[in-house]
Ligand binder design. Structure first.
Ligand SMILES: [Fe+2]
Length: 375
């Protein structure tokens, strides 16, 4: 068991968190909303205000899907898959390998496509060429896509892990504006971006809800991947998140699920790995540089939200196996509504700028549907 997973298991054993599936939205969760930090919603992962394991007085932040997002999601209810999707339920069982057939833990070299991505030796010209190119692309376009980053066998195993755990996923469903606020501003016109409310719906599997030998976890904890990502996003070094829920998530979309147009709330990066695409829909769309740090550009944002600028919207390639890194702070982005029998499955990864970061339990309660430990 990786050290990270062992630490998470110890925290669970200590009773700080309850097991998956306890979607109890009690008074503490309501207080989280009332305090405002749970008033935002993010499509995949909602970061949290983070704190150090030791000391407890530090509040930096953990990214939303990424580094540093201050997103959180309020959620209402859980889906009953037995009632709603009997066909897909059958598909899940079919796709989940029987326990006795599970093979040995894959080595990282069996997970990452090292022929296409020579990430083992950071001193090699090939590493410098690859990372340098991707870093320039990220700076210019606000996103980079690394197709076929994960090998097919590893991807299939990760999908099977996700589908096996999907009945226990937390169903996040919300209505909010592109700034991730659930409330509009009545002093502004109805068509102001702050008053254009959009529906979002996703199904979230926390880190401790799928196996420790799932390929996405092994990939996340592997130094060559962490080092490559740091190089692409311009950091000297990155660290694993140490929360029981947040380090790696499997974000699933079934028919009708979608992520609405939004800005990420901080200038961090988002890293995702497409594991299984849907038959139709589920496109990741972005309007690069919709606003700047100095100009909210409300009129242009409104036109993008209303679909008046289709020529400015790019659809980022996210075929199965593709790793995507993007900056969503100033670029509107969304996942279009999913349709078809296949569940869209995506890994979401959170790296940190310093070690020892965990999430706020109250925010985790809204994102993952956990009951908050008595305080
Ligand atoms: Fe986002």
């Amino acid at each position: 068991m990786p050290e990270q997973a062992a630490r998470a298991a110890r925290r669970l054993a200590d009773g700080a968190y309850r097991g998956p599936g306890d979607a109890l939205f009690g008074k503490r969760t309501q207080r989280a909303f009332n305090k405002g930090f749970a008033s935002e919603f993010i499509d995949f992962r909602m970061g949290a205000r983070a704190r150090r394991l030791a000391g407890g007085g530090y509040f930096g932040h953990v990214g939303l899907l990424l580094l540093g997002g201050r997103h959180s999601s309020g959620s209402a209810g859980r889906c009953n898959l037995f009632v709603e999707r009997p066909t897909n339920l059958w598909k899940r069982f079919e796709s989940s390998p029987p326990q006795q057939e599970r093979t040995a833990e894959m080595r990282p070299e069996e997970i990452v496509n090292l022929d296409a991505y020579p990430i083992m030796d950071p001193d090699s010209p090939a590493w410098s060429d690859l990372v340098g190119r991707l870093r320039r692309e990220l700076d210019e376009r606000q996103y980079v896509s690394l197709p076929d980053f994960i090998l097919p066998a590893a991807r299939e195993r990760a999908v099977a892990d996700a589908l096996a755990a999907l009945p226990r996923a937390h169903h996040n469903s919300s209505r909010r504006n592109c700034y991730l606020h659930r409330q509009g501003d009545p002093s502004l016109p109805d068509d102001h971006p702050r008053n254009i409310m959009l529906e979002a719906s996703t199904r979230m599997l926390a880190y401790d809800q799928f196996p420790d030998d799932c390929p996405v976890k092994l990939l996340y904890h592997w130094e060559p991947v962490r080092r490559m990502v740091a190089g692409i996003v311009g950091r000297d070094r990155l660290f694993d998140n140490e929360d029981p829920c947040q380090p790696v998530n499997l974000l699933c979309y079934e028919t009708g699920d979608r992520s609405a147009w939004h800005f990420d709330s901080v200038n961090a990066f988002t890293m995702t790995l497409m594991l299984q695409a849907s038959e139709s829909g589920g496109d990741f769309e972005m309007a690069p540089n919709t606003r700047t740090d100095d100009d909210e550009n409300h009129d242009y944002v409104r036109r993008v939200l209303l679909g008046e600028c289709p020529e400015d919207v790019v659809s980022v390639a996210r075929e199965a196996g593709a790793l995507c890194i993007f900056r969503g702070c100033n670029s509107l982005h969304r996942v279009s509504p999913v349709a078809g029998p296949s569940t869209r499955v995506m890994g979401v990864f959170v790296y940190e700028d310093e070690p020892g970061i965990v999430g706020d339990p109250e925010v985790n309660a809204t994102v993952y549907g956990r009951e908050v430990a008595p305080g």
